[in-house]
Design a protein around this ligand. Structure first.
Ligand code: BDR
Ligand code: CA
Length: 323
């Protein structure tokens, strides 16, 4: 089957992060399909200084200095920062060597950049991919709700339903790190596609894929192969938090799934849902209650991804990194 491929105008908000790095690599390697208008960064996996530097480094490796990087919020809306450097290494990119940057982030902050960019394009033409805690997006929605509604859709990596959490028993990291921000996004009225752990745990960077990517032997492919290999070498209970006693076939590629959703939507199965986030309890902080039943009073607010054709996602990565 051939699919009509409309051009994608994209903003990415992220906290690189080894799997964010792979997501960025995929988007940066696909200029034939994706017009990447900018990358905004948030504190998350590591602090804001590092996530911003990592985003700048990745665009350099991709040879894409044309894509601006804008630094956003250094702290969650109300909580203390929660870093996840046991999953990502102290610098956020595993053992990847952090070399001096050719060029740093733009001086304009992420929120004003987002507002200005969304406002200066026709409504319904820009997609926003979110692969970190949702702080920047919540601030955007608070400051300029009508501007946020001009987005065509927001595709978010966050939450869990069947799989349980990966940072606590109840919660997935991006939602846990800033549950108040997630709550604002989920109640925004924007069109939302949510890729939780139920979806991303289906896509694994197994050794065969790593070898194939590594063999491409370009700077970007080498970076991606190193990111995947770093995640696979983590202790088993971090590689797969759902089944800690079983040797995992490879670590999940959470964030790249967000970009793949845009490039090959036919590889994704979605179900309309009402998704709400726990902000009150300490025990279940950041838990996502994903409701499929139709009788709920206030209706559905998102599409929840239930299934991914993992081979299609990994093929896509291989195809673009080969360029
Ligand atoms: C999410 O948390 C982060 O550690 C990853 O980069 C991903 O965005 C997975 O729970
Ligand atoms: Ca991330």
């Amino acid at each position: 089957m051939t699919h009509h491929r409309a051009p994608i105008s994209l903003l990415i908000d992220c906290d690189p992060g080894v799997d964010d790095a792979v997501a960025l690599a995929l988007a940066l390697a696909a200029p034939d399909r994706v017009t990447l208008l900018g990358i905004t960064t948030t504190a998350g996996n590591v602090d804001l200084r590092r996530t911003t530097r990592n985003a700048c480094l990745i665009r350099e490796i991709a040879g894409r200095l044309d894509v601006p990087v804008h630094s956003g919020h250094a702290r969650p809306m109300t909580r203390e920062p929660v870093i996840a450097d046991d999953f990502h290494g102290p610098d956020g990119l595993g053992h990847y060597p952090i070399t001096p940057l050719e060029s740093g982030p733009s001086s304009e902050d992420a929120i004003s950049f987002l507002i200005q960019t969304i406002d200066s394009h026709p409504a319904g033409t820009i997609d926003l991919a979110v692969t970190g805690p949702m702080t920047n997006i919540a601030v955007l929605i608070r400051q300029a709700p009508e501007v946020a509604k001009r987005l065509r859709q927001i595709i978010i990596m966050g939450g869990a339903r069947r799989e349980g959490g990966n940072i606590t028993a109840s919660a997935e990291y991006n939602v846990y790190a800033d549950p108040e921000a997630a709550d604002i996004c989920l109640n925004s009225g924007c069109k939302l596609i949510i890729l939780g752990l139920d979806a991303t745990h289906q896509v694994r960077g197994t050794q065969g894929w790593i070898d194939a990517i590594n063999a491409l032997n370009t700077p970007l492919a080498t970076l991606v192969a190193e990111m995947l290999a770093f995640s696979n070498a983590l202790p088993a209970n971090l590689v797969d938090t759902a089944e800690p006693d079983k040797p995992a076939p490879g670590a999940p590629l959470h964030d790249p799934c967000v970009i793949a959703y845009l490039l090959v939507p036919e590889a994704f199965t979605c179900q309309p849902c009402q998704i709400r986030v726990e902000t009150q309890s300490e025990l279940t902080r950041g838990h996502t209650a994903v409701e499929f039943r139709h009788q709920i009073a206030d209706g559905f607010n998102a599409l929840w991804v239930t299934q991914i054709d993992a081979t299609a996602v990994l093929d896509l990565l291989l195809k673009y990194l080969a360029r």
